[in-house]
Ligand binder design. Structure first.
Ligand code: HEC
Ligand code: HEC
Ligand code: HEC
Ligand code: HEC
Length: 374
């Protein structure tokens, strides 16, 4: 025992002062054999008798913190955690059953973690983006006139753009729609991250228009896109270093209402085609922005944040933050989404879960799933 519970400590101190008072009897030892018997009857079909989950979404219980297992079971009883089968099952258990089962599973060996790479969002993004390279370049720098570069663009903007082609609402482009049609959210977000993280190349010659004539015409654009076309806002694209033919075509699309964005249409209203070409030329030859990712891309980096509570140094504190290592990926993904969506009550984890997108969750889950319990 590393820390004496404060109540017990206080009573020991009291007892030391006044000899007449006997020391409090310690709580009865939990009964591992009784815990094993209940586990065999009611839990082993899903959690194994050794605490190893028998399905891809069933958590491992072996080697988990006893206090956490106790909390979790009580969570199902009170409804703080929602899962119909477990809520039902937990009402059939007595207080003693819950204590004995928790002690029993905590005493079992931790499951061997799944062998997998994973936990690296940029590597996953590169794999998912393979079908995009022919047009946008493997490094996100397009070499085809009229096709945009994606390198160094804000990941948030790239995600919005991909989803706009996918649902065909504000952006209608048959080629792009066909390419992004089957991507799920994890793929969309990791592709966006991958391209955003690539350094954008500088362009010497715009190919259309005259950059010197374009500069004075760009005055009212800088407020959103940045003075030199390096946008500081995650929802607004950077224009610096972009293909000029693409910039020109896009502006025409806003004007014609083919790409839906009322603000952009207003901004460009009345500008002549020649001037649009000059503006495109100006932005095209500006030094491109450097990606602003602003969060970890690797599971190991995320874990530095999470290990404040979940790491070995925190395993003795009273907060009962569970071990995450070696859990099935599917279960970790579900748990993190449950916190994010408010389906699982716990304020500390709500705060951590809120900013995570699906790709972050996948990255973190793959990382912890592949780690041995510490
Ligand atoms: C029908 C399959 C099934 C059975 C039987 C079952 N469980 Fe579970 N258990 C699950 C699933 C699935 C979850 C994840 C639920 C969730 O997402 O909250 C879970 C979650 C848990 C958790 C939370 C683990 C964590 O890491 O947060 C504990 C503790 C637990 N079960 C204990 C038990 C005990 C004790 C029994 C027997 C009395 C039992 N379970 C029986 C499927 C089962
Ligand atoms: C056959 C060539 C081609 C392929 C393959 C392709 N794209 Fe595109 N992409 C284009 C063209 C052309 C445009 C400009 C479309 C328009 O006018 O809206 C574009 C536009 C985009 C944009 C908008 C950029 C901006 O600045 O708004 C994004 C984001 C994008 N593509 C992502 C992808 C992703 C992700 C893939 C792979 C899943 C992909 N593209 C595959 C040709 C392609
Ligand atoms: C009020 C803020 C705002 C102002 C001012 C503004 N823009 Fe935009 N612009 C945006 C946003 C937001 C988008 C992304 C819209 C979308 O998703 O299609 C955008 C998109 C664009 C695009 C498409 C880029 C791409 O990668 O697809 C071009 C080109 C563009 N703007 C040029 C201009 C020019 C030129 C001006 C000045 C005349 C200007 N914008 C002024 C907010 C603004
Ligand atoms: C401030 C402390 C704290 C931090 C930081 C924290 N957690 Fe937690 N976490 C907890 C506590 C406490 C629980 C148990 C909550 C409960 O009972 O639902 C928990 C539960 C979880 C669970 C559920 C495990 C299971 O077996 O069901 C997952 C998954 C998780 N955390 C992942 C993370 C990740 C990923 C991060 C970092 C991005 C993180 N946590 C950061 C305190 C923390």
């Amino acid at each position: 025992m590393k820390h004496l519970p404060s109540l017990l400590l206080a009573s020991l101190l009291l007892a030391a002062c006044s000899r007449e008072q006997p020391a409090e009897t310690p709580a009865p030892q939990s009964d591992l054999a009784a815990g094993k018997a209940v586990a065999e009857a009611k839990c082993a079909s899903c959690h194994g008798l050794d605490g190893k989950g028998t399905g891809p979404d069933i958590p491992n219980l072996g080697g988990q913190k006893e206090a956490y297992l106790l909390n979790a079971l009580n969570g199902y009883r009170t409804g703080a955690r929602q899962h119909i089968a477990l809520q039902q099952l937990s009402t059939e258990l007595s207080e003693a059953d819950v204590a004995n089962i928790s002690a029993y599973y905590a005493s079992q060996k931790a499951a061997t973690p799944a062998a997998m790479g994973g936990g690296d969002a940029l590597a996953a993004g590169k794999v998912a983006a393979a079908n995009c390279f022919a047009c946008h370049g493997e490094d996100g720098n397009s070499r085809i006139k009229g096709t945009p570069s994606l390198a160094g663009q804000h990941p948030g903007y790239l995600k919005t753009a991909i989803l706009a082609y996918k649902d065909g609402g504000s952006r209608k482009d048959a080629v792009m729609a066909a390419h992004v049609d089957k991507l799920d959210m994890v793929a969309v977000e990791s592709i966006a991250l991958y391209f955003a993280a690539q350094p954008a190349a500088t362009r010497e010659k715009p190919g259309v228009g005259d950059a010197t004539l374009g500069e004075p015409l760009s005055g009212k654009c800088g407020g959103c896109h940045g003075q030199q076309g390096q946008s500081a806002d995650a929802k607004t694209p950077s224009l610096a270093g972009q293909d000029a033919r693409y910039l020109f075509t896009t502006m025409k699309q806003y004007l014609a209402g083919m790409r839906g964005h009322p603000e952009m249409k207003t901004m460009l209203a009345g500008v002549k085609d020649k001037d649009l070409e000059h503006i495109a030329a100006f932005y095209s030859v500006q030094s491109p922005a450097k990606a602003v990712i602003g969060k970890p891309t690797a599971g190991a980096q995320w874990a530095e944040r999470c290990d404040k509570c979940h790491g070995p140094a925190a395993q003795d504190n009273s907060m009962a933050a569970p071990h995450l290592e070696g859990q099935p990926v599917g279960y970790l993904v579900k748990a993190l989404k449950d916190y994010r969506e408010g389906k699982r009550a716990q304020s500390a984890m709500h705060a951590m879960g809120a900013p995570l997108n699906d790709a972050d969750i996948q990255t973190i889950a793959e990382y912890y799933a592949s780690q041995p319990m510490r």
